[in-house]
Write a protein that binds this ligand. Structure first.
Ligand SMILES: CC(C)(COP(=O)(O)OP(=O)(O)OC[C@H]1O[C@@H](n2cnc3c(N)ncnc32)[C@H](O)[C@@H]1OP(=O)(O)O)[C@@H](O)C(=O)NCCC(=O)NCCS
Length: 383
């Protein structure tokens, strides 16, 4: 089996809802990341064999295979195809996995993988909402098989996150302390220029817009719970965001042929499922599976990225696997930096690679919770 190498990884800044990227069409947002990737690597676009992009809510500007549209909107050769992947919040990570699989299988030598989401323009849940207007059934509770198996209760990330907080006995104070630290780390990372190398400015925006310099525990404590009696608030939830990211995956043959220097190799990738009603616990069994498959231990890793969909997710995951917070989301996570759904997996991989390089680390571990109770894991080795 061939190795799959990461040659480069770049992302747009992450825009806040209604912020500087809100008016940028997702095709143009994705195009910006792709153009930056090609410019930075210097590869001939004709040599790219496929473009695999994550995206959620494939309606309106996202419809019609956004991966393909991003490439074409970037002015790149029509001969290069594109395919859009939806593994919910992990779509961008799955796109990288699919690209790596093609390379490892010897089917492809050079693939662009990434993700794009403009949640300001296409609000979360738009595909369901658009279907409702057409009188179409919803994805779950209109299915006989689903109802027989899971009942008619609410299927949502908000319910799942509340259930996790309850099961793992995480108080609102615990969640807010975690969220505050996410903002602190993100602000520090921005101030120290840690993201500068990975960000391609777009539409006049050059910095992540999410982190709040003025947040505090007192301010968070004053916010209303999302549901009556619940522990979640806006402050302990990932932000609604806009962004795109792109990586170049290459085989050994492509490295030689195009004179490229690899920055990391994909050591392991897997994806597992868990209870779809809890929805966001997937990283726990997925991490156990990845460790078992690779024979690696938590101590082997220099850095972890675990997507902060809601604070209970990384907290329960760290607890179950005894993972030190000091190694997790060291530059802040989605609570501070935002979570542009289909983009986030590629964005986290971009940040993980750059942070391993900055700190001289070798092994990076990425996992994310995803709709349907799923979770991807990718282990990279910095070279
Ligand atoms: C949680 C959520 C519903 C909140 O939406 P919202 O109420 O529109 O959120 P806002 O960002 O406007 O925040 C609400 C208020 O809290 C305040 N706030 C939010 N985070 C804060 C923080 N860290 N510190 C202080 N104040 C904060 C805002 O300033 C705002 O106050 P205002 O109304 O006085 O302006 C939304 O962010 C969301 O859906 N997040 C989850 C996304 C998701 O599910 N992704 C997939 C993961 S599985």
């Amino acid at each position: 089996m061939s190795e799959a190498y990461i040659v480069d990884a770049v992302r747009t800044p992450t825009g806040r809802r209604g912020g500087g990227l809100a008016q940028v069409h997702p095709a143009d947002l994705g195009a910006a990341a792709i153009k930056a990737l090609l410019r930075r690597t210097g590869v001939d676009p004709q040599a790219v064999e496929d473009v695999i992009f994550g995206n959620v809510d494939n309606v309106g500007p996202n419809a019609g295979d956004i991966a393909r549209t991003c490439w074409l909107a970037a002015g790149l050769p029509e001969a290069v195809p594109g395919v859009t992947v939806d593994r919910q919040c992990g779509s961008g990570q799955q796109a990288v996995s699919f690209a790596a699989m093609g390379v490892m299988a010897g089917v492809n030598d050079l693939v662009v993988a990434g993700g794009v989401q403009n949640m300001s323009l296409v609000p979360m849940g738009s595909s369901g909402a658009a279907a409702e207007v057409l009188g179409l059934p919803g994805p779950f509770t209109d299915s006989q098989g689903w109802v027989q198996r899971y009942g008619t209760g609410e299927v949502s990330q908000f319910r799942g996150a509340e259930m996790i907080a309850e099961k793992w006995d995480l108080s609102r104070d615990d969640l807010e302390a975690y969220a505050l630290e996410s903002h602190r780390r993100a602000v520090q990372a921005i101030d120290e220029g840690r993201f500068d190398a990975e960000i391609e400015p777009v539409a006049g925006v050059s910095t992540d817009e999410g982190p709040r310099r003025d947040t505090s525990l007192e301010r968070m404590q004053s916010l209303p719970a999302l549901i009556e009696g619940g522990r979640l608030t806006a402050a302990v939830s990932s932000q609604i965001s806009d962004g795109a990211a792109a990586l170049l995956l290459a085989s050994e043959r492509a490295l030689d042929e195009h004179g490229l220097t690899p920055r990391a190799r994909i050591h392991h990738m897997s994806v597992r499922g868990d209870d779809p009603i809890y929805m966001l616990t997937g990283p726990i069994p997925a991490t156990a599976y990845a460790l078992e498959r690779t024979g690696m231990a938590i101590d082997d890793f220099d850095l972890f990225e675990c997507n902060e969909a809601f604070a209970p997710v990384p907290l329960a995951w760290m607890h179950e696997h005894d993972i030190p917070h000091a190694k997790v989301n060291v530059n802040g996570g989605a609570i501070a930096l935002g979570h542009p759904l289909g983009c986030t997996g590629a964005k986290l991989m971009t940040t993980l690679l750059h942070e391993l390089e900055r700190t001289g680390g070798r092994w990076g571990f990425q996992t994310m919770c995803e709709g349907g109770g799923q979770a991807n894991v990718t282990i990279i080795e910095r070279l």
